[in-house]
Design a protein around this ligand. Structure first.
Ligand SMILES: Cc1cc2nc3c(=O)[nH]c(=O)nc-3n(C[C@H](O)[C@H](O)[C@H](O)COP(=O)(O)OP(=O)(O)OC[C@H]3O[C@@H](n4cnc5c(N)ncnc54)[C@H](O)[C@@H]3O)c2cc1C
Length: 317
């Protein structure tokens, strides 16, 4: 079933989770151990992130260095199919522009279509860690909207090979990313919203937000979207803080603020176990307030801390 149909048919707020593919070599059991305790909450869908390859330098026996491309977390397409097979729940495959040509993207979309994975979240992706700016692959997409257009084309039986005869239509439901605190490369929120509106007008069915720790930012964002003519559902993305280190890592990585009321409580903590208690309470409060406001879905980034999500979700639903 499509994410947009889950949202349209829901009588109250739904729950969904997001997971990362395991690190290469870890095997899929680590993912099942992560997801099994979360499945008691009957999530409507589970997102699986996509990770571009990174360039690394490996020392050769003669002392010189060789540049190699390493994808540390491969397997998104396969994991989506495995999740649907194991749990009979819809999976959403993230797709990124970075590191892919249009032909490679088309092949991934064909795989997803054959596997019955009809939900995708389209993203541009970020620059590799050792590069300052995002550069598309030769023959790849520069912005998420271009990837989105490729998918809506396939939904209309238009593939890259224009002379394909009797091509079948794919049936993808498409989500796009939104940023309550604006995307870090965009000059201002209004401009960011114009680009988001373009994505919705080009065929995105709904938006999932970047994480935020102050619900007012989400509520203001929804209002700003509606004022800008964006009517599609806006799914809030939520993440717990469970270590002191995240006070600096989260703003630096995701370009979001941590409210002073939360950071000051975390700074008082002696151990990360104490931080987890504070972070769990904060997420619980955020979740209850958002559910009371009847948001379409509470979408939890579960990375590494399924126990915190279990504690929160069992109190909220
Ligand atoms: C819910 C969510 C899930 C994510 N999952 C992943 C994942 O699985 N893998 C991963 O690598 N990353 C993921 N990301 C991170 C994402 O790839 C980055 O935030 C990336 O920098 C932007 O992606 P986007 O799809 O918003 O890009 P875009 O929509 O392409 O926007 C990128 C920037 O360009 C601007 N822009 C857009 N269109 C135009 C235009 N036509 N002209 C000029 N400027 C324009 C936008 O305002 C923005 O500043 C996720 C982010 C979110 C919020």
């Amino acid at each position: 079933m499509k994410v947009i149909d889950h949202i349209r048919q829901a009588k109250s707020t739904l729950v969904s989770f997001e997971v990362l593919p395991p690190l290469k070599g870890k095997g899929i059991n680590a993912l099942w151990e992560h997801l099994d305790p979360l499945m008691v909450f009957n999530p409507s869908f589970i997102n699986v992130t996509y990770h571009r390859s990174e360039s690394m330098f490996k020392r050769k026996p003669d002392g010189t260095f060789e540049k190699v491309e390493v994808r540390k977390r491969p397997g998104t397409v396969g994991i989506c199919a495995a999740i649907m097979n194991r749990y009979k729940v819809d999976a959403v495959a993230h797709l990124i522009c970075g590191g892919f040509s249009k032909q490679e993207t088309e092949d991934a979309l064909i795989d997803l279509n054959f596997l019955g994975v009809d939900n995708v979240l389209v993203l541009r992706g970020d620059a590799p860690k050792n590069e300052s700016f995002f550069e598309p692959e030769p023959g790849g997409h520069k912005y998420a909207i271009e990837l989105l257009q490729q998918i809506t084309n396939m939904n209309n039986a238009i593939y890259l090979e224009e002379d394909l005869k009797s091509a079948v239509k794919t049936n993808f439901c498409i989500g796009a990313a939104g940023y309550p605190e604006k995307h870090f490369e965009c000059p201002n929120l209004q401009t960011d919203l114009l680009f988001l509106k373009d994505k919705i007008d080009a065929g995105a069915d709904y938006t999932v937000t970047q994480m935020f720790f102050d619900n007012k930012k989400y509520f203001d964002y929804v209002k700003a979207c509606r004022d800008a003519g964006i009517e599609a559902p806006i799914v809030p993305g939520l993440k717990p803080i469970t270590s002191k280190k995240q006070l600096t890592v989260i703003p630096r990585t995701f370009h979001v603020d941590i409210p002073e009321a939360l950071s000051s409580e975390i700074l008082k903590c002696k151990t990360d176990k104490d931080v987890e208690v504070v972070g769990t309470e904060w997420l619980l409060h955020q979740s209850k307030e958002l559910k009371a406001a009847n948001v379409p879905v509470l979408h939890y980034y579960t990375l590494g801390k399924p126990n915190v999500i279990v504690d929160v979700v069992k109190e909220v639903f």
